[in-house]
Design a protein around this ligand. Structure first.
Ligand SMILES: Nc1ncnc2c1ncn2[C@@H]1O[C@H](COP(=O)(O)OP(=O)(O)O)[C@@H](O)[C@H]1O
Ligand SMILES: [Mg+2]
Length: 289
């Protein structure tokens, strides 16, 4: 067993991410079964932190890469790199072979985190299909075949349908176990505000949580926003409100100001209607303070 059952609780409790026990449990069970997992869900809810926390608690070290839109097989598997930057004229016309991150992980016996998988086109990952299904990695240019180490762990994260992300090919998706990382319960976020910004009053705390709940509903049920307020956003709002209140600024102004800032983060910033919707909500909640 890679992660002993009696270690589950210790790993969950030592995490800075709260209220995601179920996510942790599912992930650790699938890791124990030897499957690669893919955390997906709205941004700012702890996907990357959970992945790193699990990887940090394993004996084997890990490599991490954050995918991006111009990523290709070169960064993943490897390829020839021009030495054109070299000062030597002779070398400038030569190429050297560079291993990509997956190849390096397998060769050096390290686990792997691929963060923000859907930021890159699925084609960047075509050559790891065999690795994911049969444990074999073929390095064409080197003419070598590498075998996956025993108990090798691969965790990826993704925001499905986020603006600027690629649609995950079904071939790639089905090679992972997708695990949804949801928004946590209200009482969890309430406790997070208490811990991160203890001087935030009860009323402002409530307004922040209402703002979060309502924007999530607008996103999920009405599709009126591209996303709801993240847990990260909840903490940022509370810390900002607390700071302003300490400076003597009133609750209403502090809350509205914080909500406008986070409103831009969650609205489609190119769409006035979208921004207007969040601003109206912010003002409505501020008026009750
Ligand atoms: N459930 C949670 N408990 C505590 N902090 C959280 C939680 N969810 C998100 N955060 C905060 O949000 C930050 C961003 O989380 P991150 O792991 O980068 O999210 P994601 O990868 O889903 O975008 C974390 O560093 C943490 O401070
Ligand atoms: Mg992330």
């Amino acid at each position: 067993m890679l992660i002993e059952e009696n270690a589950y609780l210790r790993i969950i409790e030592s995490s800075k991410i709260k209220g995601q026990e179920d996510t942790y449990l599912k992930a650790m069970r699938y890791i124990n079964l030897g499957y690669p997992i893919l955390f997906f869900g709205p941004p700012g809810c702890g996907k990357t932190s959970i992945a790193r926390h699990i990887l940090n608690s394993l004996d084997r070290e890990y490599l991490a890469i954050e995918a991006h839109e111009s990523m290709t097989e070169y960064q993943i598997i490897g390829g020839f790199h021009p030495l054109s930057m070299s000062a030597s004229k002779d070398l400038a016309e030569e190429f050297m072979y560079k291993d990509g991150v997956v190849a390096r992980a397998i060769m050096h016996n390290k686990n792997l985190l691929i963060d923000e998988l859907t930021r890159a086109p699925s084609s960047a990952f075509s050559s790891i299909f065999l690795l994911l299904s049969h444990g074999i990695l073929t390095l064409e240019h080197r003419e070598v075949i590498l075998k996956k180490p025993d108990d090798w762990v691969l965790i990826a994260t993704a925001n499905f349908g986020d603006v600027g992300s690629f649609k995950l090919s079904s071939a790639l998706k089905r090679r992972f176990i997708p695990i949804y990382v949801p928004y946590p319960k209200r009482y969890v976020e309430e406790a997070l505000i208490r811990n991160n910004a203890p001087a935030t009053g009860e009323k402002v705390t409530s307004a922040i949580l209402d703002f979060a709940e309502e924007t999530r509903r607008m996103w999920k049920e009405e599709g009126a926003l591209p996303q709801g307020l993240s847990t990260d956003g909840v903490i940022k709002m509370a810390r900002y409100c607390e700071l302003l209140m300490k400076e003597g600024i009133d609750d209403r102004t502090a809350f509205a100001d914080a909500a406008f800032h986070q409103g831009i983060v969650i609205a489609d910033e190119t769409d006035q209607v979208s921004i207007q919707l969040v601003n109206e909500l912010a003002l409505r909640l501020a008026a009750d303070l």
